[in-house]
Design a protein around this ligand. Structure first.
Ligand SMILES: NC(=O)c1ccc[n+]([C@@H]2O[C@H](COP(=O)([O-])OP(=O)(O)OC[C@H]3O[C@@H](n4cnc5c(N)ncnc54)[C@H](O)[C@@H]3O)[C@@H](O)[C@H]2O)c1
Length: 255
């Protein structure tokens, strides 16, 4: 799949990994639809010029995301939507039993699962339905879906039951979705980032961030959003990448 002249919808594009991906794809000549709950997505899109459009939508809403995909398909013109890079998500921390012996809040658990896992399914199903209508490119492809998991899907830490389960669900959907969508010539991939320097991570104390950076074998630092964007672009252009989850983490295995 070519990036230049393609049209890509990026969720979570008001911040962090999604914003960097939108910037990179726009710089490479793609049309980008920046989608986010946060209204700052409008100013992010404005900075990218005519090849970018903003779309405020909640990834868990059927109607709002359908509208976002309709916007992206129309923006793509004859070639429609080439791909979705789904970065929107939330992090949450809660122990099963807190210091006072109280059980964790069930609604908070369900909320994380709903946004990160059900939201991903919502984005995938609508993206697939939109791209299945595409005329195949010269290389025979109709589209690509890139989801964002996390290394917490594999080595979740204390307090990450909800977050790890939600991201393990994203990992689990990659292969069955890729197998199913192969008949439409649509690829499905996931990136499992390690610890990246984004507004999401700025919520953790400096000391904890420094400890995480030190735990990365090499390079001993947090990942940069631009490095996530670089991998997203490689996945778009490399047709052999399908049905797989790529850890992007400098070799860290969280304890
Ligand atoms: N930063 C990291 O270290 C890291 C590590 C592993 C995985 N991830 C994952 O990467 C993705 C992007 O994270 P980030 O670090 O860029 O975070 P971020 O907080 O900087 O950006 C996330 C964006 O998602 C949007 N969003 C949240 N809920 C939404 C919803 N329901 N509908 C639409 N938009 C919504 C937010 O408004 C925000 O702009 C997330 O799925 C996160 O779990 C991040």
């Amino acid at each position: 799949m070519q990036v230049k002249e393609g049209t890509f919808l990026i969720t979570g594009a008001a911040s962090g990994l999604g914003a960097a991906t939108a910037e990179r794809l726009a710089a490479a000549g793609a049309k980008v639809v920046l989608c986010d709950l946060n209204d700052s997505v409008t100013s992010h899109a404005a900075k990218l010029g005519e090849r970018a459009k903003a779309c405020m939508a909640d990834i868990t809403s059927s109607e709002q995301m359908q509208q976002a995909f309709d916007t992206a398909v129309a923006f793509g013109g004859q070639s429609g939507l080439s791909g979705v890079i789904h970065c929107a998500g939330v992090v949450s921390v809660a122990k099963l039993v807190d210091r006072e012996g109280n059980p964790a809040d069930l609604e908070a658990y369900a909320k994380t699962i709903h946004i990160n896992l059900v939201g991903t399914f919502n984005v995938m199903r609508l993206a697939a339905a939109a791209m299945a209508k595409n005329t195949p490119t010269q290389s025979g492809e109709r589209g690509v879906i890139i989801n964002t998991a996390s290394i917490a899907a594999f080595d979740g830490q204390v307090g990450q039951c909800a977050y790890s389960a939600s991201k393990a669900g994203v990992v689990g959907m990659s292969l069955p979705a890729a197998r199913e969508l192969s008949r439409h010539a649509i690829r499905v991939m996931a990136i499992a980032p390690g610890v990246f320097e984004t507004p999401m991570m700025s919520e953790i104390p400096d000391e904890a961030a420094q400890a995480l950076a030190a735990a990365v074998p090499f390079p001993k630092r947090l990942g940069k959003a631009a490095e996530f964007a670089q991998l997203a672009e490689q996945i778009i252009v490399n047709p052999m990448l399908n049905g797989e989850v790529i850890r992007l983490d400098g070799g860290i295995r969280m304890q």
